[in-house]
Design a protein around this ligand. Structure first.
Ligand SMILES: NC(=O)c1ccc[n+]([C@@H]2O[C@H](COP(=O)([O-])OP(=O)(O)OC[C@H]3O[C@@H](n4cnc5c(N)ncnc54)[C@H](O)[C@@H]3O)[C@@H](O)[C@H]2O)c1
Length: 423
């Protein structure tokens, strides 16, 4: 049975549904979790992705030309730590902007698991300095903040309204990005996730207005990423890929093969980078796999799907500020153990193709073992979260389940059962 399903990233049908959700009047993805129907032909879709991606070593000096090409005169230049000032990237970027006559205002100090108070600060700067575009130099946290600033700056009310469902995004300032960490796919998608540190809610926004105009992905900028963020990124990318792969009601073989190739690439390149962080060939392929995992490619033709692992993980990040990828490597195997009987053939395919084992259970164990082997957490206790906190996590996850359109299947009891697999 397929009920009220709307495809996610990259399809116009998704964009339409997303931008005009009848129940909530907000940016809600209407996904229903369903008993998948296999062996169907590919669903009709429209692939829509307007981001220009500049990929390759040494591309970052292009930023000035790209921004000026849109006739823009002043950007809010956003970043996280002062690292980009120490390693020369800030100098490269500002020189490139200056050469094209583009002025900038700075906003540094954006933290991982970005917060809405910093977004409000950015909106204040945009308005005070009459900035006409927003530029991210950093990982997903900086870029998601930039998207929220871009949408909030042209909205008359408080920006959190756009996350809470009180208002819809209808336009945004142009967004540009220089990516320094590959994981989220935010560089080529229209989503952003931000935490409200007062209410302890980690919610998302999505709108076609938030696709970056241009994203520069220069993998050599990622050489300095810590070992821990490399493994968290691997788990995040794999989580993006398995959500659609396992929950799509009709997933064509072609799409399964694309996902399996991307997961195999992430596994292989992560191991290569752990052995040798200077392996630029591995880093480039890891980065491209991360972009492709959440830019609409893998969801095309899927006939709908859902994101339950993300809905649950956002509760962990909101309550405990754990890195997103670390939370996902805990949630994903726990969810797979709960879900696999609903789509057994695809879980067996996953087990055979990626790990050379036969049963769904063996495949899940193999992925969990791989997470453990690279050192990313696989139990709530590894994140310092006690079992007694489960009711509070379930309560927090409910808001996200509703926003993801999944509250029907993922009742509090079900969320509890999934999390209990991670104790
Ligand atoms: N928009 C989306 O589609 C999407 C998808 C998945 C996750 N997210 C969100 O993105 C956020 C995580 O983003 P992320 O995984 O890119 O990590 P991040 O941006 O939070 O960065 C993680 C850490 O790495 C550091 N860092 C970044 N680049 C570096 C470099 N080149 N060298 C050394 N250190 C570097 C940062 O300063 C930070 O301390 C979470 O909030 C998550 O929920 C968004």
């Amino acid at each position: 049975m397929r009920v009220g399903i709307t495809p996610l990233l990259g399809t116009l049908s998704w964009l339409r549904a997303h931008c005009a959700s009848p129940q909530f009047g907000r940016n809600v993805i209407l996904c229903a979790c369903v008993i998948p129907q296999r062996g169907k032909s590919m669903d009709a879709f429209t692939f829509f992705n307007p981001t220009t991606l500049e990929f390759g070593a040494g591309k970052e000096p292009l930023i000035g030309v790209r921004v000026a090409g849109y006739g823009l005169k002043k950007v809010l230049l956003c970043y996280g730590s002062e690292r980009i000032k120490r390693d020369g990237l800030f100098e490269t970027v500002t020189a490139s902007l200056a050469e094209q006559g583009v002025a900038w205002v700075e906003l540094g100090g954006i933290v991982s698991n970005p917060v809405i108070s910093k977004v409000r600060e950015g909106i204040g700067l945009v308005q005070a300095h009459q900035v006409d575009a927003v530029l991210s130099v950093g990982g997903g946290s900086v870029l998601d903040s930039v998207k929220a600033i871009a949408a909030g700056a042209v909205y008359a009310g408080d920006v959190w309204d756009l996350f809470s469902g009180k208002a819809r995004i209808t336009s945004a300032l142009p967004v540009f990005a220089i990516l320094t960490l590959a994981a989220t796919g935010s560089e080529m998608n229209p989503g952003a996730v931000v935490t409200n540190e007062e209410t302890k809610e980690k919610f998302f926004i999505m709108s076609p207005a938030l696709f970056p105009k241009v994203s520069i992905v220069s993998p050599v900028l990622m050489r300095s990423i810590s070992r821990e963020y490399l493994i968290y990124s691997a788990s995040d990318v794999i989580a993006h890929l398995i959500e659609v792969y396992f929950t799509a009601p009709s997933y064509p073989k072609l799409q399964s093969r694309i996902v399996e190739s991307l997961i195999a690439t992430v596994i292989e390149t992560t191991e290569a980078l752990l052995a040798d962080p200077a392996d630029d060939a591995a880093r480039a392929q890891f980065a491209w796999a991360a972009t492709l995992a959440l830019n609409g490619l893998t969801s095309a033709g899927a006939g709908g799907f859902s994101y339950p692992n993300h809905a649950i993980e956002h509760a962990l990040s909101a309550l405990y500020n754990v890195p997103h990828g670390a939370g996902l490597s805990v949630v994903v195997p726990a969810w797979m153990k709960w879900f696999h009987s609903r789509n057994l053939a695809q879980f067996e395919r996953f087990a055979r193709t990626l790990f050379g084992v036969q049963t769904a259970e063996q495949g899940i164990a193999a992925l969990e073992d791989w997470f453990a082997r690279i050192g990313t957490p696989t139990r709530l206790s590894h994140l310092g979260i006690p079992e007694t906190d489960l009711p509070a996590i379930v309560e927090n996850a409910r808001g996200n389940m509703a926003a993801f359109g999944l509250a029907g299947l993922y009742t509090p009891e079900v969320i509890f059962r999934v999390l209990a697999n991670a104790v």
